[in-house]
Ligand binder design. Sequence first.
Ligand SMILES: NC(=O)C1=CN([C@@H]2O[C@H](COP(=O)(O)OP(=O)(O)OC[C@H]3O[C@@H](n4cnc5c(N)ncnc54)[C@H](O)[C@@H]3O)[C@@H](O)[C@H]2O)C=CC1
Ligand SMILES: O=C(O)C(=O)Cc1ccc(O)cc1
Length: 305
Amino acid sequence: MTKIYNRVALIGLGLIASSMAWGIKRGGLAAEVTGYARSAETRETAREIGLCDQVFDSAAEAVKDADLVVLCVPVGVMGQVAAEIAPDLKAGATVSDVGSVKRQVIADVAPHLPDNVHFVPAHPLAGTEHSGPTSGFAELFDNRWSLIVPPADADRVAVDKVISFWEGLGSNVEEMDPDHHDLVLAVTSHTPHLIAYTMVGVADDLRRVSESEVIKYSASGFRDFTRIAASDPTMWRDVFLNNKDATLEILGRFTEELFALQRAIRRGDGDHLHDYFTRTRSIRRGIIEAGQDTDAPDFGRGKAT
Ligand SMILES: NC(=O)C1=CN([C@@H]2O[C@H](COP(=O)(O)OP(=O)(O)OC[C@H]3O[C@@H](n4cnc5c(N)ncnc54)[C@H](O)[C@@H]3O)[C@@H](O)[C@H]2O)C=CC1
Ligand SMILES: O=C(O)C(=O)Cc1ccc(O)cc1
């Protein structure tokens, strides 16, 4: 049990905040956790399940006396929430967030914060397709990366405390610059989500294949697509609207490659397809052999041909 903060305030009580609340309890990372969510129903549920020590009816009350305030709302409303809490932040407090996009969130939040608080944005690379206060679990961040994205002039002590906090929640932590974060996430998370949404939409449009067949006969790839495409629409709308440049860049490259593969299929160019798939297979194997896939214990090992 390592107490890092006296009072932590969680604003927005969905999947990530509820996982943090349970994880804070598990690790003894704070003496007290307070919470606030916009909807009265969410606040009531949070009270019923004992998610926080206190759930307040306003964000201002929840952040009073908090040493760490974490914004756990969709990225499109981060700025609005920062403006709401700014007058009530304790001097010397740290404000952080868990948004999936960093450059726009920093641009939206930073101008509202008083000079006497620290701003240390973060992003846990862990989640599920579920949302809301009952969807969280303490183990969500175990052995997953959390990226810390501090401004260049950030207070080192404040940054190190946020790092210890995420380590206490079970994460492996690395620091990253906001633009690079947004490009990496556009490749590894945002564009893949859009592709999953599209593929499930295509299957839904194709009336010759019934819905029950889609589920019944789906091999694991498509099953994963349907899981991902069940993610929260508000959260993902905000991700794309706020990481426009990087996702458009990656989508542009994706569609070019897709057209090239489409042409190879039409022309019967098996060499193109085989070369392409050989290259992509070696990327996956390289990641696993380098021991960088924290999720894949043995998968694929010893099968190199
Ligand atoms: N779901 C995931 O897999 C991951 C999500 N994130 C990021 O974490 C953040 C939260 O996502 P989730 O917990 O999944 O969402 P969620 O939908 O489960 O929870 C969001 C919460 O914010 C509240 N909220 C919305 N607007 C608000 C406002 N204006 N003021 C106060 N509360 C408000 C909602 O009532 C809800 O309690 C997002 O920024 C998302 O990009 C980061 C990593 C993974
Ligand atoms: O559920 C999944 O597969 C995810 O990809 C979870 C996720 C969603 C959004 C993030 O910003 C980080 C992780």
